[in-house]
Design a protein around this ligand. Structure first.
Ligand code: MGD
Ligand code: SF4
Length: 746
């Protein structure tokens, strides 16, 4: 019997099964239970290990899962792995919590009432997949296969992407492009004809000077990168941190520049001005590899430190001194390109300014700057050609944002609400591992788009907010219970890593490899999945490079022969993948679209009186909203706090520990209150919280109502006109002190 719940109560889930409830029936895996390494009994315990790579964030550190007497024990880093160097971060070691969380999704669900009513019934896999296959066939007939959009975040999405392409759609997006790294990709691509990639090609370990512009490494815990920062500091590296907040990194820096938020581009232009005016740039590198230097010199002639001072509040002497420091260590000076760079809408131009600054320092392709990454080449499993879509989302997006290098998630959402033409409708979404309600700015519009769909399928491990809006919810096995595609990421050496299941999937959850193959069969698309199962798929790919699944189950990580030098050899001729073949300080590509060919600073909106700019960052203990219900990680942190400067606190009579509500410039009031943390480590014109808290799903009891969701206060989005990025930092909040009662006391 379906049971009604209000929107916040969300999904009905059947009688809770306890931890250790394994799937009844034969093993899903043929090879792994006997192939994984088994150590002799230690003090009476049977210790077993399986290779994995972490899915708690997308750095994908390789490691070993250890079980004791068949039960999860610990996950540790793989010593050969260049992402983790043998050590996992706090979140990675807490990864077991994703497996043991008794509140995870357990069985497939189908919605039985109107969308938004959140009434579901538990169904068998066959019923869930029949339902999807039937709906997709009707949608294909009515609106064409191009009307399917896929949102993907995570490795398990790989088979779903294949299915989307086999169905006939090219509309596959990672929300991280428009909400995170896209401006950096566009800015560096326009300048160098290449992207920074992930993991970043930053040669931190060999740097002598590192500049972090709103990149809060240390709190932003991308493991290998933070370990390299440790090496850099231990070697006496000088760090310059630009942040309105005294971040953990600022605490390790020689120079902390507490910049007025939204003015970084002015500072970078002033640095460029100083390098050119004082002839501190790398003349040989600039002459050999770049084009547009004279135009750059002319463009920044008036961007003096004195010009930048009233804009940024950074004193001219500090701007000059830090520019000289960068030049002193160049080319082993790394101006870090950042990662989450969608801030104020002019983000591609800010990223381009960072790219230009690095070019003047001669650090791209040089030791201590940016190395040349190497990626293992592993052939794809052969399959038939995908059908050619009659229209492609990326082309539609590029009509509006010319350097959208991938479809833009928010643009797909907007097109779902208002299609550009009757024959270009988006009618079905597959959402893999992406809680679009908390991650896409403008929640109301996201819900409006969902209401326009004929089908919303969510594949997740937790009953995240997006599941509540789905027609079908598919519970995926966690990364500790499944094979996934090989990890093939760029790095200093070509390297691959294997993720194998350490445990049978609990409850009635399944790996995506299994789900997609079965769904493809029901859709008549089996020819695109010709392998027998995940083990056969992986083994075939591995054999093409002289390895095998058995070998990888034993070793976990394999390093392949180097493909070439890590840095430009001295005096080498280098052709860049730009129209001119040079590093483009002046961009004719941008000019032809009517954009500034050299970045120009333009002022942003200021907070109204009594309001403060809301700035956000990451908690070292959590991965955005993904982990805030994890039973292990919530013990380390279960709510976020609001950083408030003492002067602001005094004006409002606030005390540390007190709960407050916030309201933004558009009158949007927070759903849950947040605890105040008074600190001199932040400027007076802004307040700060980490992202990922304030979940509204009661089904996730450890995170429900704990802390505040910054996303609901982001109603103003500054869209980057070059690539469609969604800048979230032009939202201003004021304090609302009434009825600010924390959940536990409410
Ligand atoms: P942001 O969230 O943009 O992060 O990490 P970053 O790329 O480092 O930056 C937050 C910093 O910007 C804060 O210190 C804030 O005070 C500062 N800031 C705010 N406004 C301004 C401004 O106008 N100018 C300047 N100069 N600084 C400003 C994000 C990265 O972290 C990403 S994209 C991912 S996907 C990973 N997520 C993640 C996680 O969820 N948890 C942990 N622990 N680590 C993570 N690492 C990665
Ligand atoms: Fe996992 Fe931490 Fe590595 Fe991310 S950085 S993959 S959470 S161990």
């Amino acid at each position: 019997m379906p049971t009604s719940f209000n929107r916040r109560d969300f999904i009905k889930i059947g009688a809770a099964a306890g931890i250790g409830t394994a799937m009844v029936g034969p093993s899903l895996f043929r090879r792994h239970p006997t192939a994984r390494t088994t150590y002799p009994r230690q003090q009476g315990d049977l210790i077993e290990t399986s290779p994995t790579y972490c899915e708690i964030c997308f750095w994908k550190c390789a490691g070993w899962v250890h079980s004791k007497n068949g039960k999860p024990w610990k996950v540790v880093g793989h010593p050969e792995d260049q992402h983790s160097h043998g050590r996992l971060c706090t979140r990675g070691t807490g990864g077991i919590g994703a497996y043991t969380d008794p509140e995870r999704l357990k069985r497939p669900l189908i919605r039985v009432e109107e969308r938004g009513e959140q009434v579901f019934r538990e169904v068998s896999w066959d019923e869930a997949l029949d339902y999807i296959a039937h709906k997709l066939s009707v949608i294909k007939e009515t609106h064409g296969p191009e009307s399917l959009a896929m949102f993907s975040h995570g490795t398990g999405a790989s088979h779903w992407k294949t299915l989307t392409k086999a169905y006939g759609s090219a509309c596959i997006t990672a929300p991280s492009f428009a909400q995170c790294r896209g401006p950096r990709a566009a800015g560096f691509y326009l300048t160098y004809g290449d992207v920074v990639g992930s993991p970043e090609r930053t040669d931190i370990a060999n740097s002598r000077c590192m500049v972090l512009i709103g990149s809060h490494l240390g709190e932003n815990l991308h493991n290998g990168q933070v370990q390299e920062m440790g090496t850099f500091l231990a070697n006496g590296g000088e760090m310059i941190v630009v942040d309105p907040r005294f971040s953990t990194a600022a605490g390790k820096a020689k120079h902390w520049l507490p910049i007025k938020p939204s003015t970084d581009l002015a500072l970078i232009l002033a640095w460029i001005h100083v390098l050119i005016e004082e002839e501190l740039y790398d003349r040989d590198y600039v002459e050999r590899y770049t084009t547009g230097f004279e135009q750059l010199k002319e463009a920044v002639a008036t961007n003096t430190p004195e010009w930048a001072y009233p804009i940024t509040t950074i004193e001219p002497a500090v701007i000059r001194e830090t520019a000289r420091t960068m030049a002193r260590y160049a080319p082993a000076t790394l101006v870090h390109p950042g990662r989450h760079v969608t801030w104020y809408g002019d983000d591609t131009q800010r990223s381009r300014a960072i790219a230009i600054l690095n070019a003047l320092l001669g650090s791209w392709g040089r030791e201590g700057g940016f190395y040349i990454p190497q990626t293992a080449q592993v052939p794809e499993y052969p399959h038939p050609e995908y059908p050619e879509p009659s229209w492609k989302m990326c082309e539609e997006t590029q009509k509006i944002f010319p350097y959208a290098l991938s479809p833009v998630a928010s643009h797909i959402r907007d097109m779902t609400v208002a299609p550009p033409a009757p024959d270009k409708q988006v009618k079905a979404w597959l959402v893999y591992g992406s809680n679009l309600i908390l991650s896409l700015p403008d929640i109301e519009k996201t819900i409006q788009a969902i209401q326009n769909l004929d089908l919303l399928v969510v594949i997740d491990i937790m009953p995240a907010e997006i599941c509540g809006w789905a027609d079908v919810v598919l519970p995926e096995a966690t990364y500790l219970e499944r094979y996934d595609d090989l990890r093939i990421s760029p790095g200093r050496r070509p390297q691959i890593a294997l993720r194998a299941p350490a445990f049978e999937p609990m409850y009635d959850t399944k790996p995506s490899g299994w789900i997609v193959k079965k769904l493809a069969a029901k859709m008549g698309l089996s020819q695109y999945f010709p392998w027998e199962d995940d083990e056969d798929y992986l083994d075939w790919r591995l054999r093409q490079i002289g390895s095998s699944l058995d070998e990888m189950l034993e070793i976990g990580v394999k390093t392949l022969p180097s493909q070439g030098p890590l840095y430009f050899p001295p005096g080498a001729d280098v052709t860049f993948n730009t129209p001119s073949g040079m590093i483009e300080l002046y961009s004719e590509q941008l000019e032809q679209y009517g954009f500034d060919p050299i970045p120009v600073y333009r002022a942003h909106q200021e907070p109204p009186a009594g309001y403060y700019r809301l700035i956000q960052g990451r908690s070292p203990f959590h991965t955005f909203a993904r982990t805030t219900n994890n039973p292990i990680l919530t013990e380390l942190q279960d709510e976020n706090t609001l950083w408030v400067h003492p002067t602001t606190a005094k004006d409002w009579g606030l005390e540390t520990g007190q709960y407050v509500h916030l309201e933004n410039q558009d009158g949007k009031h927070s759903t849950f209150p947040i605890r105040v943390q008074i600190t001199e480590r932040i400027r007076t014109d802004c307040v700060y919280m980490v992202h990922g808290f304030g979940h509204s799903q009661k089904q996730m009891s450890r995170s429900y109502g704990k802390g505040m969701d910054d996303n609901e206060l982001v109603t103003n989005v500054d869209v980057d006109p070059i690539m469609g990025g969604t800048g979230r930092r032009s939202n201003f909040v004021t304090f609302k002190l009434e009825n600010a009662t924390p959940m536990e006391a409410a």
